[in-house]
Design a protein. Structure first.
Length: 249
């Protein structure tokens, strides 16, 4: 029998920017606040995270009101689940932009699953991709903690990854078996509206909106549709409503 899991969103940072960073060619001029999550996966015999969030998040009432949930430091978020960083066995990275990996060095006992193209990008980033900073993975590289993903594969029973080069070339969407169906934590930075666009977008015969930061908009659209078809539970990586949800699946 395949292992089933529950997914626990933990907010470990926020960003405030123009909404069009999330929604390609839409929402320009609208201020928008996104949560930055660590996703704690419970259910198997290992303690698993997807991404590790920001090192020093802004914890303010304004930011918490904007996302509808509490903002934690890495240690506070884990403590809420009875954990400390050394308890983490596995970290799966959707990608290596700094807000997704700033706490990696604290997980001294973890193995880190990262796509080979993300490692290439973080060490030789294109000038347009300023969000990469290799300092945040220096420790785990030096300690031999990285396991390089070269193809779509299972990580542990009931959890698999698929390369989805939408937001970055090495982006990984994480598919997780739950009692309520197959959940997908998207490997690209989107919100619910990307998958549920407003009438003016649908009126142009578009069923979704690619993210504002995108490798190739045409292929991104097709990849996003594939993820949507495969998942029973779709989890856009920066959707604010998950800030108020304790458990998925």
């Amino acid at each position: 029998m395949t292992t089933t899991y529950t997914i626990h969103p933990i907010v470990m940072g926020t960003k405030v920017f123009d909404k069009s960073y999330m929604t390609y060619q839409y929402g320009q001029g609208e201020s928008y606040t996104i949560p930055i999550f660590t996703w704690l996966i419970k259910g198997g015999d290992q303690t698993i995270l997807v991404d590790t969030g920001e090192m020093s998040p802004i914890q303010s009432q304004d930011r918490e009101k904007a996302i509808g949930g509490k903002i934690y430091t890495f240690e506070q978020g884990l403590e809420a689940h009875g954990l400390v960083p050394s308890d983490i066995d596995i970290v799966i990275h959707t990608h290596l932009h700094m807000d997704h990996c700033e706490n990696d060095y604290k997980c001294e006992n973890a193995l880190f699953y990262i796509h080979e193209q993300e490692l290439e990008s973080i060490h030789n980033p294109h000038p347009l991709d300023y969000r990469y900073l290799s300092d945040y993975i220096d420790d785990i590289e030096e300690n031999g903690q990285i396991r390089v993903i070269t193809k779509d594969r299972e990580i542990v029973d009931g959890i698999r990854v698929m390369n989805t080069p939408v937001h970055t070339k090495g982006g990984l969407t994480v598919f997780i078996n739950t009692q309520k169906g197959l959940a997908a934590i998207t490997g690209f930075c989107v919100i619910d509206e990307n998958y549920n666009p407003p009438p003016e977008i649908r009126g142009m015969e578009m069923n979704l909106i690619p993210p504002g930061t995108v490798v190739d908009a045409y292929s991104a659209y097709d990849i996003m549709e594939r993820v949507q078809r495969e998942a029973d539970i779709l989890i856009p990586l920066h959707e604010p409503r998950f800030a108020a949800i304790n458990s998925i699946g």
